[in-house]
Design a protein around this ligand. Structure first.
Ligand code: BEZ
Length: 248
């Protein structure tokens, strides 16, 4: 029996929600044309918006995204940025970042992931990235995590003044992949190596099934609350990740 919710299209609801198919679009980017999400089937994607080129918080975010691109790639995750600026502004800003900006020890940073030209605001509007109470002419800092099947799995929004937390973005990707690979859920503040929750919230069974079962690794505190120890190595194996410095 399949108890999982079935994906739907965002259709008339205006913006995608968790569990919806990522709305499709074609766009011009700093890396050429993209057909989204079709070009990304088989990969996880972080589709994110920033308010404007040539602004300081956005600059620090792009430098940080670029510095973590390899770490995201090890998690089969690609990055796609967007702002409502045009292509030539994007190119000039990214060149300035590479040639002039230093941030937290990062310098000479080349942004090689695509940055979407969305002067028409078509993509930003489709994805609910324009929040008029915050700004009518700029996108807020939206993060859409989209899975290899093109389904929206997590949405995070930040206002203009608040730069994103990149440890959290990495944690979200690892937690989603762990949940999928091991059929578990992850508790508050979970980090790889911490116990996970079995079975996951919203699935068919209850922890009672586990209490009655034979699983040696599972510890049940009550009928609804069971955890299982999972080492970081097991997680890396399950999600197919080879962290930096571990060879192979
Ligand atoms: C920034 O990225 O620094 C920024 C952008 C828009 C409004 C405020 C700050």
């Amino acid at each position: 029996m399949n108890c999982l919710p079935q994906p739907v299209s965002s259709g008339t609801t205006g913006m995608p929600r968790i569990g919806d198919r990522a709305p499709a679009f074609t766009a011009t980017t700093t890396q050429g044309e993209i057909n989204f999400p079709a070009d990304y089937v088989g990969s996880w994607v972080i589709l994110f918006s920033h308010p404007a080129d040539f602004t300081p918080v956005c600059t620090t975010e792009f430098m940080t995204f670029a510095s973590l691109q390899e770490e995201f790639a090890q998690l089969n995750t690609k990055l796609v940025g967007l702002s409502v600026d045009g292509l030539y502004s994007h190119i000039a800003w990214l060149r300035t970042i590479k040639e002039k900006i230093t941030f937290r020890g990062l310098s000479d940073v080349e942004v090689t992931f695509p940055l979407i030209d969305d002067v028409s605001m078509q993509v930003a509007s489709k994805y609910g990235m324009i929040m008029p109470g915050e700004a009518t002419t700029q996108a807020v800092r939206a993060v859409f995590v989209i899975d290899p099947h093109g389904i929206v799995r997590t949405i995070i929004y930040y206002p203009l003044s608040l730069g994103r937390n990149f440890d959290e973005l990495l944690r979200v990707i690892i937690a989603l992949q762990t949940a999928d690979a091991l059929s578990v859920a992850t508790p508050a503040d979970w980090r790889p190596g911490d116990p996970v929750i079995v079975p996951p919230a919203g699935s068919c069974g209850t922890a009672k099934d586990r209490m009655d079962g034979q699983d040696q690794d599972v510890e049940c505190i009550d009928w609804f609350f069971c955890t299982r120890k999972v080492s970081e190595e097991e997680i890396n194996r399950a999600i197919g990740r080879t962290p930096k410095g571990t060879g192979s």
